[in-house]
Design a protein around this ligand. Structure first.
Ligand SMILES: Cc1cc2nc3c(=O)[nH]c(=O)nc-3n(C[C@H](O)[C@H](O)[C@H](O)COP(=O)(O)OP(=O)(O)OC[C@H]3O[C@@H](n4cnc5c(N)ncnc54)[C@H](O)[C@@H]3O)c2cc1C
Length: 265
């Protein structure tokens, strides 16, 4: 079975800071790590390979330092990695990111599954996985909490839904985005770290992917950040002090009247 896992390098903080003037994230001075939710995707892929054989390839679109994320995945057990890095990729929105990842996956050759994380902890849209599926014209199952089996061109998965889970058969090749429940990520081994250090990581740019410069990066991104602001939460508050039974009854009447005024009762 051939599995591709797209992984993103993200800042090691949940408090992502934005440059209000340019509308981009401030990445300087923040340690970069593998998107924590992608570790579950890597683990799910490794377990499938361990049970059914095959190859796990990790890919990442990012600056040259994103190679570190690929090496971490190889240290966990991935077989190979490809870095998608080009100045032309800078400023990509989820559309342009999905396009580059999809073209890279196409060029890697036949595969059975693409396994993405649920979402990246910085951009946080959860759009890239379904975007890849759309560019490759493949079925997609999101919020996958268990991969039951992959055999005879069908992946049986459990999808988390609001009141439980859904059992779904998806024709392969397919794209899955997985949630934490899918598998607990393993730690890299010393041997894995040594292999990762020595691993050859090809770097592909727009030319290798046969993508014109105006289809990638900021030029190929239909999304524009027009304004960034912290939402102001303003609450109107009315207190009903109730010291005795009569006061409680009065307060209750007032609450009921207020709810009716607002058509909430
Ligand atoms: C106008 C605009 C400008 C932007 N400019 C920049 C910028 O200059 N620099 C910048 O870093 N970001 C920029 N962003 C953010 C960037 O678009 C997103 O971070 C990126 O497209 C991925 O989306 P996401 O983080 O929401 O990923 P999600 O959709 O939440 O990620 C889901 C999954 O997709 C996969 N994935 C996502 N991104 C990658 C990746 N790069 N490589 C491999 N796998 C991946 C992972 O498996 C991940 O778990 C910009 C966004 C907009 C709208």
């Amino acid at each position: 079975m051939r599995i591709v896992v797209p992984i993103k390098q993200v800042p090691e903080t949940s408090a992502v800071r934005m440059d209000e003037a340019t509308g981009t994230m401030i990445r300087e001075g923040v340690e970069a790590i593998v998107n924590p939710l992608d570790l579950f995707a890597i683990e799910a892929a490794l377990r499938l390979r361990e049970s059914g054989g095959g190859q796990v390839t990790v890919i990442s679109m990012g600056p040259p330092k994103a190679a570190k994320a690929l090496r971490e995945a190889i240290a966990m057990g991935a077989d190979s990695g490809v870095l998608l890095s080009d100045k032309a990729f800078a400023g990509a929105d989820t559309w342009a990111t999905g396009l580059v990842l999809a073209e890279a996956i196409r060029q890697l050759g036949p595969f059975d599954l693409v396994i993405c994380g649920e979402r990246a902890t910085d951009g946080d849209t959860g759009q890239v996985g379904p975007g890849i599926a759309s560019f490759l014209d493949l079925p997609v199952a999101t919020y996958v909490s268990r991969i039951v089996s992959v055999a005879d061109g069908v992946a049986r998965v459990h999808r988390l839904v609001e009141d439980g889970y859904e059992v779904l058969d998806v024709d392969t090749p397919a794209v899955l985005t997985v949630v934490k429940e899918v598998a607990d990520p393993r730690l890299p081994t010393l041997r894995g770290k040594q292999r990762a250090k020595a691993a050859d990581l090809p770097v592909w740019g727009a030319a290798q992917l046969n993508l014109p410069a105006d289809a990638v990066g900021l030029a190929g991104s239909p999304t524009r950040v027009v304004n960034i602001f912290l939402p102001k939460v303003a609450r109107q508050c009315e207190k009903f002090p109730a010291a005795d039974e009569a006061g409680i009854a009065q307060a209750a009447d007032r609450v009921v009247a207020l709810l009716k005024e607002r058509a909430l009762l």
